[in-house]
Design a protein around this ligand. Sequence first.
Ligand SMILES: [Zn+2]
Length: 298
Amino acid sequence: MKFKGENILEFTENFPDDLSCLQYLSDIKWSGGYKCKRCGHTKYTVRKKNLAKDCNRCHHIESPTANTMFHRLRFGIRKAFTIVFEMSATTKGLSASQVSKRYGISRTTAWTFMHKIRSAMGSSGKHKLKADVQVDEFVFGGKETMKQGRCKDSKKKKLIGAVELTESGKIKRVYFKKIEDYSSKSLSKIFDSHISIEAQVYTDKWTGYIPIGKRFNIEQKYSDKGGSMKQMHTIIHQVKSWLRNVYSWVHEAHIEKYLAEYSFRINRSIYKRTIFHNLISRIVMAKPITYQSIKIST
Ligand SMILES: [Zn+2]
């Protein structure tokens, strides 16, 4: 049964213990039927202790968390479920130190786990932005200045965002990418990953967009101090203040994951009731990630 809603009491009633969480994972993991990973046999016995499946032919044992992002979890599965629930339901975002205190786990463990969840929030790239789409670049970090235009400050992270609008001009979906510079090649990244070639795209007059206009429908307008792309600038303003408030310091290499977290919630705000189930399903289907692969050597 799919868990629906954002109510924390209903959530805890639904998942009173580790076994109920494992059952939920097991239902998702083997929703298409069980097949032994080692020998391909389809008959099994369930171990009551952890709901692992024991192959009736070769006795290979597979737990509901094996080969998923929950593999080798350093704390209880129920804790993990609750953190995922909080990350999916919150609009403000959670920091690793908050999670560390609230769940009694180390800050590193919390940080690593949360980054795994963030990578599960990343877009599949299958649902490209359509209709009216606004694209603009912005910077984050370093000293904030009021200066407009393309900044050369190397401490600032350069980003590009694309927002899809509804027919009535409301923000529908949004994606971001980190860029190295403002060349056509860098700007193309967001077009190629997230924008449909049928979309009507609006940008400012920057010449870097001209070559991309050969492949996409782009209309370039004077930026008019942000007035011509109001929705895009609202999003830029919001995402910057969200990043600043929740995460005091964001490493360059991780910024896309934080932006993915932000997009994930915006893009699913009309499906809020199933956002937890959707996220858990992604975690089950995703391959395990290690701390080493997330960590950055400094
Ligand atoms: Zn087997």
